[in-house]
Ligand binder design. Structure first.
Ligand code: SF4
Ligand code: SF4
Length: 451
């Protein structure tokens, strides 16, 4: 990490900052993929024809890193079939046809917990995952902080929302500051042994003045909570960047985050966790920002998870033919193939670009200007990654790529954004990281074979 973290001033385009989230009408159906979290896919426990209610467990977690899935509307399970997701992977998805009632399941009641283990189990049962992008199961993140080798003294609550357009965290903070407060108290009480004296830093960019005011009022007199105002720059919300800007600590590649003495959680994840612990209603709906150059009326919508994107676009309207639809932010969101795809747990935004703004300029040869390196927040030799991907000898290629620091890449896309030669640097970094992962696995296997 550099001493002075480079960053970009990207256009904010926070057109929906003043848009109070509107709850959509009950969708005719929802589609719930089994891989809405990082880790193993969940395993369906319902069958076609079953009647389900809101909040009912319909897929259990499978394996250590996984997360359960709950019905987000009441109705009938009409299909359990493989579907292709934006990442290119296939997963099973449960399709539920609505009965128009949104009947809440009888099992929905506030969970009971009395110590750290039962608290973590409750967070696990609620299907709570990181809502800022990575979808890492929240209980697993907390569980890492219980490692006796780590001494966590700072909990970073990531409220930066630094990507252009997206305002879903911002609106959640204005609507539910009490849930953020509840979330902090739950952590203080049930993870007291590990986080007892920790400072809770709510890290928020200065472009959310109204939310900063609300948070300051909510936490007045609580000296263990700091509203940490951060410059409005991109990628302020990347965890390595936030760690440095909020604590001065440097994240080292290959080490778990709590080893730097900090835990980081997205602000909406914390609020959703508190909502579940207070009421027993698992993660079944979320705020989604719908915006972009092709959108007629940008809005914030509250929608059941699994709602088709086309349903949201019916409400916002389109003013031109879509050229590209992105779920997440324009810098590191994912382009999707069809507006019939559903929103999932991490879908904080749906951005629709018109045909003109969706055309990528043609890439030309690198002119060695160094801008990609200058703007990389974690100091990666990005142009070298591009070059070394062409090295033929696999051992030499791996050695050179490791030297560039590409394993520390936070996928912010700043390098691609500033490259005058329009090199697809972010995609090249992904390929490099995938290559190094595969190479490391092959080496491990080789070493195992020798024993
Ligand atoms: S995408 Fe990776 S390599 Fe590019 S600027 Fe961001 S962190 Fe650096
Ligand atoms: S910004 Fe683009 S042109 Fe400049 S050094 Fe990096 S890859 Fe080459």
């Amino acid at each position: 990490m550099k001493k002075d973290i480079s960053s970009l001033h990207v256009p904010h385009n926070k057109h929906t900052a003043a848009c109070v989230p509107q709850r959509i009408e009950i969708p005719a159906e929802v589609i719930l993929p089994m891989n809405m979290h990082s880790g193993h896919d969940a395993e369906p426990i319902v069958k076609v024809g079953d009647h389900v209610k809101v909040g009912q467990l319909i897929a259990r977690e499978e394996g250590r890193f996984s997360s359960p899935v709950h019905a987000t509307i009441s109705g009938t399970v009409v299909e359990i079939a493989p579907m292709a997701t934006a990442s290119g992977k296939e997963t099973l998805a449960i399709r539920i046809e609505s009965d128009g009632k949104m009947e809440v399941c009888e099992t929905v009641k506030a969970p009971e917990f009395s110590d750290c283990d039962s608290f973590l189990q409750a967070v696990r049962d609620g299907g709570i995952v990181g809502l800022g992008g990575a979808a890492f199961p929240t209980w697993a993140k907390f569980n890492e902080a219980t490692n006796p080798d780590y001494k966590v003294d700072t909990v970073l609550i990531n409220a930066a929302e630094c990507e252009p357009y997206i305002t879903s965290d911002h609106r959640m903070m204005l609507a539910h500051p009490e849930l953020i407060a509840d979330g902090i108290e739950y952590l203080r009480k049930y993870m007291n042994q590990y986080l007892g004296n920790a400072t809770y830093k709510i890290c928020i960019e200065t472009n959310k003045a109204d939310a900063i005011e609300v948070l300051k009022k909510t936490f007045a007199g609580k000296d263990y909570v700091v509203i940490h105002e951060l410059k409005t720059i991109y990628p302020q919300g990347a965890k390595q960047v936030m760690l440095y800007n909020a604590t001065g600590r440097v994240a080292v590649a290959g080490k778990r985050f709590p080893s730097f003495g900090a835990l980081i959680i997205n602000v909406s994840s914390l609020a959703k966790m508190a909502e579940y612990l207070n009421t027993g209603m698992p993660l079944v709906e979320r705020i989604v920002t719908v915006d972009g150059p092709a959108v007629e009326k940008p809005m914030n919508l509250i929608a059941p998870i699994g709602t088709r994107i086309s349903e949201l676009l019916k409400l916002t309207g389109l003013k031109s033919q879509p050229g590209k639809v992105v779920v997440g932010g324009p810098m590191n969101g994912t382009a999707i193939c069809s507006v019939d795809d559903p929103i999932v747990k991490v879908s904080n935004a749906v951005l629709v670009f018109d045909e003109k703004s969706a055309v990528l300029p043609e890439a030309s040869a690198c002119i060695n200007c160094g801008r990609c390196i200058e703007k990389c927040p974690v100091g990666i030799s990005v142009a070298d990654v591009d070059r070394y991907m062409h090295v033929e000898n696999p051992d030499r290629k791996a050695k050179l790529l490791i030297k560039t620091g590409v394993r520390q890449c936070v996928d912010c896309a700043c390098c691609s954004y500033v490259c005058p030669a329009n090199r697809p640097l972010l995609q090249i970094n992904w390929e490099a990281k995938a290559y190094l992962k595969k190479y490391a696995a092959a080496q491990k296997e080789k070493e195992g074979g020798k024993q």
